[in-house]
Design a binder for this molecule. Structure first.
Ligand SMILES: Nc1ncnc2c1ncn2[C@@H]1O[C@H](COP(=O)(O)OP(=O)(O)O)[C@@H](O)[C@H]1O
Ligand SMILES: [Mg+2]
Length: 297
């Protein structure tokens, strides 16, 4: 039965009737498996993963921890640093705190630390414009990151673990972004984005991007498909962000990346479903030890 989750967060049935939480849980528990394709806060930050897990619905997506870490761009930086992967130099500005750019070199990118869809992302040429940009980014949520603008090719790569436990990477994809600009909300959804697959980067950068994506997939504990977005600079790849629930429309990056390796959209979905552990942990209420004996264990 189709369900719609509205901007207000309410779950509605086909008659547009708001479903009480227990009814939504009832519907979920009737599913054989779920492939979460929900974005943003409560979509890909672990909330839906936790709901599915507690309901005992096998999921083709990342678990709570990976979703929560991936959604938090500051936490992602810390994990990346611990794995030896560079990210943009940045200052985290907490709720109510004044903008600080000490130690950062302009231009800057100001953005919510847990944003998405390029909402609230601003390029600022000099320190004088940062306070205003922080206020505007805050409208999309605290805390806010002030990053150095990273000049380089914007290159994404996707990873999923297949039913045999092997990691499958899509082809690299370059997003055509005007120099000094950003991949903005309009281009993401109006079909005007220019993608080049595979990305026109040299073999060393290609290898570095792919190795970093694999380290991040494992380090964060991802499951299902995740997309890792880099800037390829003269000094090698710099991680921009991690998407544990990447866009999956036919025009989105991930399906294009796998299509370029010979795995079409239907095949990709079939692979993601085939990798879902077949055994769901038993409910602790029944006094049994949780089991996970799926093919990907
Ligand atoms: N530090 C940066 N340097 C250069 N461009 C950036 C930087 N941070 C973000 N961008 C640009 O802004 C876009 C959106 O930022 P991103 O951090 O990916 O936010 P979102 O989660 O909304 O996609 C990126 O795709 C990139 O084009
Ligand atoms: Mg992004």
């Amino acid at each position: 039965m189709p369900l719609t989750i509205g901007e207000d967060g309410a779950w509605r049935d086909e008659q547009d009737t708001v479903l009480p939480a227990h009814r939504a849980v009832e519907l979920l528990t009737g599913c054989d498996a779920a492939i979460p394709m929900l974005h943003g806060v409560r979509g890909e930050d672990g909330a839906i993963a936790g709901l599915l897990e507690l309901c005992g619905v096998p999921s083709a997506g990342s678990p709570v921890r990976a979703g929560a870490l991936g959604m938090d761009k500051q936490a992602t930086k810390l994990v990346a640093a611990s794995l030896g992967i560079a990210t943009a130099n940045a200052q985290l500005i907490g709720p109510g705190s004044a903008a600080v750019t000490t130690g950062l070199t302009p231009p800057f990118v100001v953005k919510p630390a847990s944003g998405g869809s390029s909402n609230g992302v601003f390029v600022v040429a000099d320190p004088g414009g940062v306070a205003d940009a922080v206020d505007r980014a805050r409208a999309y949520g605290d805390p806010v990151l002030i990053e150095e603008y990273v000049a380089g090719r914007e290159v994404d790569v996707a990873v999923f673990r297949d039913r045999h436990g092997a990691l499958r990477l899509g082809a690299t994809l370059e997003i055509g972004v005007a120099s000094g600009g950003v991949f903005g909300a309009a281009e993401k959804y109006d079909g005007s984005a220019r993608f080049t697959v595979p990305a026109p980067i040299d073999a060393a950068d290609e290898a570095a991007v792919r190795a970093a994506a694999v380290r991040l997939y494992e380090g964060l504990g991802c499951a299902g498909v995740a997309r890792f977005d880099f800037f390829v600079t003269a000094d090698g790849p710099v991680l921009n962000e991690v998407n544990t629930a990447p866009g999956m429309t036919e025009r989105s990056q991930v399906p294009l990346m796998y299509a370029a390796t010979g795995l079409d959209y239907t095949g990709l979905i079939a692979e993601l479903l085939a990798a879902v552990p077949s055994t769901v942990p038993s409910s602790p209420h029944h006094g049994e030890a949780p089991q996970r004996t799926g093919a990907t264990a």
